[in-house]
Write a protein that binds this ligand. Sequence first.
Ligand SMILES: O=c1ccn([C@@H]2O[C@H](COP(=O)(O)O)[C@@H](O)[C@H]2O)c(=O)[nH]1
Length: 272
Amino acid sequence: MNFNALLARATQRHESLLCVGLDPDPAKFPVGMKGDDTRIFEFCARIVDATKDVVCAFKPQIAYFAAHRAEAQLEALMAYIRRVAPEVPIILDAKRGDIGSTAEQYAREAFVRYQSDAVTLSPYMGLDSIEPYLPYDGKGLILLCRTSNPGGSDLQFQTLAQGGKLYEEVARLAAGPWNQTAKGRLGLVVGATFPEELARVRALAPTLPLLIPGVGAQGGDAAATVQAALTPQGAIIVNSSRAVLYASSGEDWQAAARRVAIATRDQLNAAR
Ligand SMILES: O=c1ccn([C@@H]2O[C@H](COP(=O)(O)O)[C@@H](O)[C@H]2O)c(=O)[nH]1
């Protein structure tokens, strides 16, 4: 099943707009595991067990694995999620972007090595840096548009000579000609920390799925996010990582992660 269909089905079955981000930092692991980078798989797998019925997606961030030489644990985690939660799409957060020949290798990494359903990409090297991902049928390609960090404004908020902001041009291209080339498989990353721009992106890209990080640890407002971005034609995937993963460092850490995930899902649903 393709990414968009998987996402729609998981959103409906789990009544959830919440994506749990898998950003394992051994320094923040709970009692008994703290500092142990051989237990990255185990930590993430227990979070998956605790939240798999309340999410519409999981989003492992590749840097948290690569930094600890834990790529093999990420491979094992992807296989584990596919086994215990086959209905939940997995978005590999890699933010790749490079010339075509290198992008071919990044595409292979995301879709052959890790078997993800979607990957995050930087659009700033242009359409030919996205094209190498297209041979992987049905996979979602989610382009950075208006990122959640304050410094995102440095470039994305620049006014272009032809008028409009750079992030608006990314949204226009992704909703129009680039998505035609990509056969409807593009999505956009827009931060929950910028609800006005979120609404603007939704207006420019009414049918694209939006991956929205920034609720939880970054302080984005869950209700404002839903009101700005959710429409009957436009899916949203609202990510929270640290607030769920590190809800408790005590022995109740899995139960605490589940509690926060359910509370966040319910907050998002209340605003629908
Ligand atoms: O604009 C962006 C794009 C990606 N991210 C990623 O999302 C999570 C957010 O983690 P929290 O702990 O919920 O803040 C993380 O993996 C980022 O790399 C983002 O925050 N903003």
